[in-house]
Design a protein around this ligand. Structure first.
Ligand SMILES: Cc1cc2nc3c(=O)[nH]c(=O)nc-3n(C[C@H](O)[C@H](O)[C@H](O)COP(=O)(O)O)c2cc1C
Length: 207
């Protein structure tokens, strides 16, 4: 069982990395393999709404000139996802949202129905809004959203400071434990498979 942790901060070893590392350590202590994917700090595009990924059944974004498809390639192997972001103006990092919207739209088949959790880091405020925003895609991807003893947030400004947020770090460890519990129940002996899904019935409110 493997969890893919996505670090959406342009600072590779910043506070988001500290928080995700704490989740990963907790998962690994429970026997769950982890892989951390750093989004990087190179320019990324937003979704062009070309629908080529859907109409041509690409399974990845039609635009292959940034990190998006490198992330999509990691989806199939993952049994669970943890998305982490710094808080920018009370929102997740823009580049992360730009990539995730494309990655989820084109790589949906390997995301839906799996457990997922989000983590937001901030200096002082707005992390709960960012956290809620990141949860939104998973709330419509048949995901099992995993929580902790508190919202999955931690505080820090300069890289590494979040390690001093003892409650935040505990929240991350508890998240890892909860996620491992969900994974073991989903994949263990006697696990009940996901029920068959109805065919999608799109209704666009247009007559
Ligand atoms: C553009 C920008 C906007 C930010 N907005 C907020 C904010 O709304 N609230 C807050 O508490 N911190 C804000 N911060 C601070 C970061 O969230 C904080 O430094 C965080 O630790 C960064 O995570 P990282 O080290 O993983 O990059 C902002 C930082 C930047 C660069």
């Amino acid at each position: 069982m493997k969890t893919l942790l996505i670090n959406g901060s342009p600072r590779k070893n910043g506070n988001t990395s500290v928080a995700l590392a704490e989740v990963a350590k907790s998962l690994e202590a429970e026997g769950i393999e982890t892989e951390t994917f750093w989004l990087g700090n190179k320019p990324v595009r937003g979704c062009a709404a070309c629908y080529a990924c859907v109409s041509r059944k690409l399974g990845k974004c039609a635009f292959d000139d940034d990190v998006c498809n490198r992330l999509v390639e990691r989806f199939a192997e993952a049994d669970a996802f943890v998305v982490g972001s710094p808080t920018y103006y009370g929102q997740p990092a823009g580049a992360l949202l730009a990539v995730l919207q494309r990655a989820f739209f084109s790589g949906r088949a390997h995301v839906e129905g799996k457990p997922a959790a989000c983590v937001a880091i901030c200096r002082r405020g707005g992390s709960t809004a960012a956290f809620q925003c990141m949860n939104m895609p998973f709330e419509m991807l048949n995901s099992l959203i995993v929580g902790s003893q508190y919202w999955n947030v931690a505080f820090g400004r300069e890289p590494g400071e979040a390690a001093q947020d003892s409650e935040g770090m505990q929240t991350m460890r508890t998240l890892g434990k909860n996620l491992s519990w969900v994974l073991k129940n989903l994949h263990g002996e006697g696990a009940v498979p996901r029920p068959p899904q109805e065919e999608w019935q799109p209704m666009h409110f247009i007559r």
